[in-house]
Design a protein around this ligand. Sequence first.
Ligand SMILES: *Cc1c(COP(=O)(O)O)cnc(C)c1O
Length: 231
Amino acid sequence: MLKENLEAVEEKIQAACKRAGRDRDEVTLIAVSKTKPVEMLREAYDLGVRIFGENKVQEIRDKYEALPKDIQWHMIGHLQTNKVKYIADKVELIHSVDSLKLAETIEKEAVKHNRVIDILLEVNVAREASKFGLAMEEVIPLFNKIGKLPHLRVRGLMTIAPFVENPENNRAIFADLHKLYVDIKEKNIDNGTVSILSMGMTNDYEVAIEEGATMVRIGTGIFGARDYSTQ
Ligand SMILES: *Cc1c(COP(=O)(O)O)cnc(C)c1O
């Protein structure tokens, strides 16, 4: 099942790139494996998957220990400052930075591990009260502050669009975030480090790619529905 799912997702990514006149290699697939057992990640690994997305610190720690070290782990979920220390040496990219306090904590942990940590700023484009993330107008001010932290590198922006029946309903949200992303690059406030626009999930990744996503985070479409009943 995993093999067929991965192939189907790959085909849809390619088709969306083609429709948008983009190269396939402009879009990176993040396999979102949250709640899924290590055996399933191992199967995906054996099929060539090397980038996994998780939203819980404990799960990253456990899976990091259990699986090969050439995997890139992406933290895509809300991150509490007191838990940064557990993953600071394990993650390739943190998608969910939405406050100066969190950024400063990551900076401190990065210093301890003598590394630079790549991050994205999470933006709540639709201003949903239930979601984390910055308002659009907060992005550039925070960007300027975080830019002064030497062990953090802001690589771009991330959003979680609302759950909608028709993915077309999220097109304007993706377009808005893409516009902000281009603005930041054009204003050159990023020293050239911004090249990632993380948007699009199982339900809406094709539209997100058409609107300029460079990373799509796909869980259900690869691993099947998640079962939260035992947690
Ligand atoms: C769970 C999750 C995803 C993947 O969602 P699917 O709808 O299963 O593809 C993507 N991004 C974030 C931040 C998530 O928490």
